[in-house]
Each structure stands twice: as structure tokens, then as C-alpha cells.
Design a protein around this ligand. Structure first.
Ligand SMILES: Nc1ncnc2c1ncn2[C@@H]1O[C@H](COP(=O)(O)OP(=O)(O)OP(=O)(O)O)[C@@H](O)[C@H]1O
Ligand SMILES: [Mg+2]
Length: 138
């Protein structure tokens, strides 16, 4: 069974996953365990949901064979990034009102729940990321 790990105490970590819908579940588990290991229980729900959205997007819209999942901490923030092999950037759809079952909701959810988010071009693709504020213990 394929069981990647992503759980350092404070160092950034990245794993590669197959670009398939089933990877969303693996990614969610990895993010949950990293957040829990850092004691960030208040961010489990948002971290899990937004990871699902970004992985679903990378799988559906980028068309590569693999995706990368990165979870890291820096003072005051936790960052989750999903990397794919396409250099097309995501585009949040702002039209309102929208029917409940229409596509184009994922990034709106990311925009609503993340403290900040964005996308960066990489030499061979891009990373779409979100960050959540954390209160660092002294
Ligand atoms: N990783 C990505 N690579 C390329 N294009 C992307 C990526 N993520 C999002 N996009 C583009 O941004 C648009 C908006 O993304 P969003 O997640 O909001 O909607 P969706 O994926 O089309 O539908 P939904 O998330 O509601 O199932 C997508 O339709 C797609 O064109
Ligand atoms: Mg989407």
C-alpha cells in the first residue's frame, strides 16, 4: 500500500502523489496529520477542505501524471501548496448568483476560508497555495 509521509516537526515537506481523484483522500490525511502534529487543531477543518479543493483542481485541470503536496510552517503561518505540471493559472469565478450544482465554487471556498492564497509559476508548472494564520506559542 502506498503510504507517503509528510510529518516533520518544523521543516517543510513535499510528497508526490499520482494525479488521480483518489489522491485527494491521501492528501487530506497527510495534511491532517501534519496539522495535528503541530497542535493546530483549530485549522483541521479548513486545512482538510481546502486541500481537497486544490488537489481536485490539480487533478482535473492540469492533466499531468503526478502532483506535489507541500506543507510547511513559518512564523505565524501554515502553508499548504499543491503543485502541478501545467503553467495555466487558476482563475476564481466571481459570477453571482450561481446555481448550487454549478462548477466554479472551489476557489471561492478557498478565498473565503484561507487567510491568503495564490498561485506561483514554477520552472515546470505551478504551485497553488493557501495559508492560515497561526498563533505561535512563546
Ligand atoms: N490547478 C489548476 N490548473 C489549471 N487551471 C485551474 C487550476 N485550478 C483551477 N483552475 C481554473 O480555475 C477555474 C476555477 O476553479 P474552481 O475550483 O473555482 O472551479 P472548478 O474546479 O471548475 O469547479 P468546482 O471546484 O466547483 O468543482 C477552473 O474552472 C479552471 O479553469
Ligand atoms: Mg475546483
Amino acid at each position: 500500500m502506498y503510504s507517503p509521509r509528510l510529518c516533520g516537526q518544523s521543516s517543510p515537506n513535499e510528497v508526490r502523489l499520482p494525479s488521480r481523484p483518489a489522491s485527494a483522500k491521501v492528501a487530506r490525511r497527510l495534511v491532517l496529520s501534519a496539522l495535528a502534529s503541530w497542535g493546530l487543531h483549530q485549522h483541521l477543518e479548513a486545512g482538510e477542505l481546502l486541500t481537497s479543493e486544490l488537489v481536485a483542481n490539480a487533478v482535473r485541470h492540469a492533466g499531468g501524471r503526478t502532483i506535489g503536496l507541500y506543507v510547511g510552517r513559518k512564523p505565524g503561518w501554515v502553508r499548504i501548496e499543491v503543485r502541478d505540471s501545467s503553467r495555466s493559472l487558476p482563475c476564481m469565478i466571481l459570477a453571482e448568483p450561481r446555481p448550487v450544482n454549478e462548477r466554479g465554487r472551489g476557489l471561492k471556498v478557498v478565498d473565503d476560508l484561507a487567510d491568503r492564497w495564490g498561485a506561483d509559476l514554477l520552472p515546470r508548472g505551478k504551485g497553488v497555495w493557501f495559508e492560515l494564520k497561526v498563533r505561535d506559542r512563546n
